[in-house]
Design a protein around this ligand. Structure first.
Ligand code: SF4
Length: 423
């Protein structure tokens, strides 16, 4: 029995890097420090080898590569999707494959924080690290997110609770504000809760910006929030020493989308005339931030990129996976570490059933179960090393506490690149 210390949990964008795993007979038998989601990731993991499948039948790795390469080479409009739960090394290789076959390449960003990317391109990114927040932030605003449920250790490890260099009493030195349409678990533990009407975030953000700029409001309420409460929040924001707005899909996937996020970012820009303020998206998947980073370095754009003309073109709403499937344009799909068959809208899933799908995934997901070719791979951060980016853009090296018995995502992608070249 061995104990592997300081392992990174890749379940969510927090990438907690203090997890201890007890390992016996190449199985994880005890998980310490992880939250329920993280425990589920490690405890249920079985690293045993599994045969690749072609049309549901077990086959050899070489045969599966041959069939997948043939599908990719013969497609007129291939689509590559996923990327948020694999290493940045595999993400880099995926972009290489997309360029080689002239594919559209998109990550799960397009169905979560894609609008954040658009807003950052328009306004800029007033960012910081979680370490700065832990050591300095005395005002935390959670807008349209519920970290106590979705990122369970965020409060305890990075934001509300920890004692920091300039925050010696931890939670008692911080004010926590929640803006949300319902009284979530996070809202219940906040010092101030503002219940906003569904779809009114943009108006409220504009009103707050006006108050920060010293204007007065004619309205008695904006988006369901009384003007005096907004005034009180504006005063708290201007008078804190270091504030942060964490925002989630309550902003990015409701009316306004990228305009809501632009509202947050320009509000933060305004606040920096008075004090120190930052904004951070609450990223969901473990390495979705890495997908944005790697795509941006290599293509110039974070998601929704098309290589059909041999150079990268950016088209959210056009080259995004859901749109390419719903319009019926994609004629084959390569899915890497994602399960669109379980999460995409019905018209997109309906089209997926009519085209060949190649799945690369450690788990036999719904997408993998219905795929023409399925490659079972090792899990990054458990039996495969690699790099992942935390939600604040800090890159972390992932160890492999278990011995690897399956190919890594990188190895499959490398084999596909070679297979496509030789087709
Ligand atoms: Fe894993 Fe996220 Fe829980 Fe941390 S908060 S242990 S990264 S699931």
């Amino acid at each position: 029995m061995t104990v592997e210390r300081n392992i990174v949990c890749t379940f969510c964008g927090c990438l907690c890097d203090d997890i201890n795993l007890t390992i016996e007979d190449d199985r994880i038998v005890k998980v310490e420090k992880a939250c329920g989601n993280g425990r589920g990731l490690f405890e249920g993991y079985n690293p045993d080898p599994i045969m690749p499948k072609v049309m549901g039948r077990d086959t050899t790795f070489q045969e599966a590569v041959k069939e997948a390469s043939r599908i990719l080479r013969s497609a007129r409009y291939p689509l590559i999707y996923g990327l948020s739960s694999t290493s940045s090394e595999a993400q880099r290789m995926t972009v290489q494959l997309a360029e080689l076959i002239g594919a559209s390449i998109d990550s799960t960003s397009s169905v979560c924080h894609g609008p954040t990317g658009l807003a950052m391109q328009a306004v800029g990114e007033p960012t910081c690290t979680l370490g700065e927040i832990k050591n300095r932030a005395d005002l935390l605003v959670f807008w349209g997110c519920n970290p106590l449920v979705t990122h369970s250790r965020h409060f305890a490890r990075y934001s509300a609770m920890p004692k920091g260099r300039f925050i010696p009493k931890g939670r008692r030195d911080r004010k926590v504000v929640v803006v949300d349409v319902r009284r979530s678990e996070t809202a219940k533990s906040a010092d101030m809760y503002l219940q906003i009407k569904q779809g009114c975030d943009f108006e409220v953000l504009l009103a707050l910006k006006a108050l920060i700029m010293g204007r007065t409001l004619d309205a008695v309420e904006v988006g369901g929030i009384p003007a005096e409460v907004l005034q009180q929040l504006a005063v708290e924001m201007k008078s804190c020493r270091y504030g942060v707005i964490f925002f989630g899909m309550g902003l990015t996937m409701t009316n306004g989308r990228d305009l809501n996020v632009s509202g947050v970012l320009s509000l933060v820009r305004e606040l920096n005339d008075h004090t120190r303020f930052s904004a951070l998206p609450m990223r969901g998947h473990g390495n979705v931030t890495g997908a944005d980073q790697v795509m941006s370095w290599l293509c110039g754009y974070p998601f929704a990129v098309n290589y059909s003309r041999g150079y990268p073109r950016y088209g959210p709403g056009e080259y995004t996976a859901v749109d390419l499937l719903c319009s019926g344009e994609a004629d084959c799909m390569l899915v890497i570490a994602s399960d669109p068959a379980a999460h995409f809208p019905a018209p997109a899933v309906k089209h997926m059933k009519t085209i060949p799908v190649i799945a690369i995934d450690p788990a036999e997901s719904l997408t993998a179960a219905g795929a023409s070719v399925y490659f079972p791979t090792a899990m990054y951060g458990i039996d495969c090393e690699g790099t992942a980016y935390r939600m604040d853009g800090v890159a972390l090296r992932l160890k492999a506490p278990l011995k690897r018995k399956r190919p890594s995502d990188e190895e499959v992608l490398q084999a596909l690149i070679e297979g496509v070249k030789s087709c």
